[in-house]
Design a protein around this ligand. Structure first.
Ligand code: UD1
Ligand code: CA
Length: 460
């Protein structure tokens, strides 16, 4: 029978070294909280349960940040160290039998592949407790793996407890452990570390080995992957590593970045092949970009779905919008939530669109506001057209049917409908529905007063 797996993520530490009021694990890398990266890495292991250990001071903020994540919480009453934190999850694991994967909430670069490899090595070697180690170029601050003359791991020693010779050991503890549930009772036997007044989870290795319990230390993964964040400087480094990782990932998949240093691509973003990205671009949230698109400089796109062969021109901002194939957006365009730009439509300079659908091939090229509007196919919206959708109390809808022509500088006072094929003369204020195929005009007729200027001059 396949063994079950549950996960415990330690996130109750104070994070004092961050010198911040924000809980350490909620500091963001590339716009996403550190802890969410760890949760995402373990999600694909399909655990029975994922328990996040939180502290009193951080509980509310962490629960709020993770409200949409498939995790349970355990409260560590006091920050008494990593062993104490694991024991706090005991209640949440009551009745569970199987393997427990423990990891720190402050190692955001960890990957599913490495975790999978680690668990399968642990199982194949039939160990009851395994520690994932890696070789650090600069091991300072990490617990060192102490091995005997036969190379067998005997204990983990923290920085403060190292002898001068031991300081040069560069095989270190990643903070990732997998153990049989029965090891939990041994964690209860860990004694307080006198130097720091904390119960160190790392002591479990020597306690279990001395009892003859099969223990393994598996050296795997890259140093980058286990980069732990304790300070702001560590956070900056982690963000840099993450950004490089994301850019390489997409570059290998035929996405071109003119200046990778100024491309900020969120970890959940997807980009199609053949897409070209100019400098200073921000792709955020769950944005999906199709293939063959061009994203020009200074564009920010958040939670949008963009089709293929779309051009997003300079300095445009798009949020929670959908843009279909072959559309052209910008320069200086703003798409606000619940906007749908259909195939081949064009939204040009200084045009703002909110909660509206722009039909296939329709165009609003200059200086317009389109809100709460349904625009059909083949519509031309002239420069400076405004939908007056708000009467100070309520929002109202505008409907513009297929093949309508709206002349420049028109105001459409909602609720209002312009019927199919109709033509609205420039400068009109439309307050009543326009019947299909008719011309609507509302401007006052132009009159000329003969020699008015000459007469005025004479008077002076
Ligand atoms: C820990 C390990 C160290 C390892 C390193 C890897 C111990 C004693 N040391 O050191 O061997 O090389 O991680 O990054 O385990 N936490 C709690 N409750 C507490 C204390 C900590 O939940 O009472 C959480 C923290 O929020 C953090 C994690 O445990 O996510 C690790 O704690 P931290 O203080 O960062 O340990 P390190 O000094 O980095
Ligand atoms: Ca740490």
């Amino acid at each position: 029978m396949k063994r079950g797996l549950s996960v415990v993520i330690l996130a109750a530490g104070m994070g004092t070294r961050m010198r911040s009021n924000v809980p350490k694990v909620l500091h963001r890398l590339n716009g996403v909280e550190m802890l969410k990266y760890v949760i995402r890495a373990v999600r694909d292991l399909k655990p029975v349960k994922t328990i996040v250990v939180v502290g009193k001071q951080t509980e509310n903020a962490i629960k709020e940040a993770l409200r949409d994540e498939p995790v349970n919480f355990a409260l560590q009453s006091e920050p008494l160290g990593t062993a104490h934190a694991v024991l706090s999850a005991k209640g949440a694991l009551r009745g569970y039998k199987g393997d427990i994967l423990i990891l720190n909430g402050d190692t955001p670069l960890i990957t599913t592949e490495t975790l999978k490899g680690f668990i399968s090595r642990h199982r194949r070697a039939r160990k009851s407790l395994s520690v994932l180690s890696f070789v650090a170029e600069n091991p300072y601050g990490y617990g060192r793996i102490i091995r005997d003359e036969k190379g067998q791991p005997v204990m983990i020693k923290e920085e403060k407890d190292l002898s001068p010779e031991e300081k040069s050991i560069n095989e270190v503890n990643s903070g990732v452990y997998v153990m049989d549930k029965s090891i939990m009772s041994l964690i209860g036997k860990i004694k307080i570390n006198p130097k720091k007044g904390e119960y160190y989870l790392t002591d479990i290795l020597s306690i279990a080995s001395e009892k003859g319990i099969p223990c393994g230390v598996f050296n795997m993964g890259t140093e980058e992957e286990f980069h732990g964040v304790n300070t702001k400087e560590d956070l900056r480094k982690a963000e840099q590593l993450l950004r490089e990782r994301i850019i390489s990932y997409w570059t290998e998949r035929d996405v071109m970045f003119m200046d990778p240093k100024t491309a900020y691509i969120g970890p959940f973003v997807k980009i199609g092949p053949g897409t070209f990205i100019y400098p200073n671009t921000y792709l955020e949230g769950n944005t999906v970009i199709g293939s063959g698109c061009t994203i020009y400089p200074n564009v920010r796109i958040r939670n949008c779905t963009i089709g293929s062969n779309v051009e997003i021109k300079d300095s445009s901002v798009l949020e929670d919008a959908t843009v279909e194939d072959n559309a052209v957006i910008g320069p200086f365009a703003r798409l606000r939530p619940a906007t749908i730009i259909k195939q081949g439509a064009k939204i040009g300079n200084f045009v703002e669109v909110k909660a509206s659908t722009i039909g296939n091939g329709s165009k609003a090229q200059h200086l317009s506001y389109i809100g709460d509007t349904d625009v059909g196919k083949g519509v031309n919206i002239g420069a400076g057209t405004i939908t007056c959708n708000y009467d100070g109390v309520k929002k109202h809808k505008t409907t513009i049917e297929d093949n309508v022509f709206i002349g420049s500088d028109t105001q459409l006072v909602a609720p209002v409908k312009v019927g199919r094929g109709a033509f609205v003369g420039a400068g009109s204020t439309i307050t009543k529905d326009v019947p299909e195929y008719s011309l609507a005009l509302s401007r006052t007729p132009q009159k000329h007063i003969k020699d008015w200027v000459k007469k005025k001059r004479k008077k002076r």
